[in-house]
Design a protein around this ligand. Structure first.
Ligand SMILES: NC(=O)c1ccc[n+]([C@@H]2O[C@H](COP(=O)([O-])OP(=O)(O)OC[C@H]3O[C@@H](n4cnc5c(N)ncnc54)[C@H](OP(=O)(O)O)[C@@H]3O)[C@@H](O)[C@H]2O)c1
Length: 276
């Protein structure tokens, strides 16, 4: 018997990294999951893993920056899977860089994806959860919500906003039996770094003793999964694995109604300074 038998979960950005791991883990515990993302093939791969392990998954190709598409994902979960108990607002992007020479289009994508879409996801989840007597919302923030360096400030600002939104929402929906948790990952080895310039990716691979060309580490593309597994195995504690954050999500949503988990901050034990 799973810890989440009979529950229904929506995960935005369920096609890759932390969202993918959370979808597979929640499904393994018995939840029926609805996953959204822009890449149909990647979503189907995740659904295939879930189905193979005996779980139930619904996929929806969508862009979280479109209000109607977020509402449609939540409604599809409610109508096709039977309600909404767990909403994981996970989709996010990062564009490295500072403010002095930053690009508005990069800032707009981060603000629209990390903040505005998360707000819409919260509102749509609350709408359905209120009809079903409550639920759990997990917002994926970052350790960057706790500090601001001299680069990546706008990304950091979006994650400060996620924490403020989560705090405010928690107070707003407490009486409706809706619990709100913010999960703050440190550096996690996912496909998140694909927006970084190739020279940064090449240097990061080199620092791990790897040749980016040989490993197939390319700007704009997903990392080869065999390489990810090897780095996690050969350099323990430098990065977290996506499963480490999925575990935090599972911890938050499996608590009894008497327990509210406000925040979970998870860092790699060696790569303490690695943000994300
Ligand atoms: N990796 C880290 O070190 C780290 C650290 C702290 C916090 N985080 C946070 O963790 C969350 C997940 O990131 P990750 O590391 O798992 O990165 P990832 O592997 O790049 O996954 C990001 C997911 O978000 C989806 N996404 C992005 N923009 C979207 C859009 N407009 N519409 C729909 N889906 C969209 C992506 O799907 P498509 O590209 O297919 O649309 C993908 O499924 C993010 O909020 C990130 O800020 C990551």
């Amino acid at each position: 018997m799973g810890k989440l038998d009979g529950k229904v979960a929506v995960i935005t950005g369920g096609s890759s990294g932390i969202g993918r791991a959370a979808a597979i883990m929640l499904a393994a515990e018995g939840a029926a999951v609805a996953i959204g993302g822009r890449k149909a093939a990647a979503l189907e791969e995740v659904a295939g893993v879930i189905t193979q392990q005996g779980g139930k998954a619904l996929t929806q190709t969508m862009d979280v920056r479109d209000e109607a598409q977020v509402a449609a994902l939540v409604d599809a979960a409610a109508s096709e899977l039977g309600g909404l108990d767990i909403m994981v607002n996970n989709a996010g992007v990062s564009h490295p860089g500072n403010i002095s020479d930053g690009k508005v289009e990069d800032w707009r994508e981060m603000l629209e994806t990390n903040v505005l879409a998360l707000l819409i996801g919260c509102r749509e989840a609350v709408r359905v959860m209120k009809e079903h007597g409550g639920g759990s919302i997990v917002n994926i923030s970052s350790v960057a919500a706790r500090s601001t360096g001299d680069s990546g400030q706008v990304y950091s600002a979006t994650k400060h906003a996620v924490n403020a939104i989560s705090d405010g929402l928690r107070q707003e929906v407490h009486d409706a039996n809706i619990r709100v948790t913010v999960v703050m990952p440190g550096g996690t080895l996912t496909n998140f770094g694909r927006t970084m310039p190739q020279e940064v990716l090449t240097a990061a691979a080199k620092a791990l003793g790897l040749d980016a060309d040989e490993e197939g580490v390319k700007h704009g593309e997903y990392l080869p999964s065999a390489g990810v597994e090897r780095v996690l195995r050969d350099h323990p504690g430098v990065f977290l694995a996506a499963d480490d954050i999925a575990n935090a999500v599972l911890y938050a949503v499996q608590q009894p109604p008497s327990v509210q988990v406000d925040e979970v901050l998870v860092r790699p034990s060696v790569g303490m300074s690695l943000g994300g």
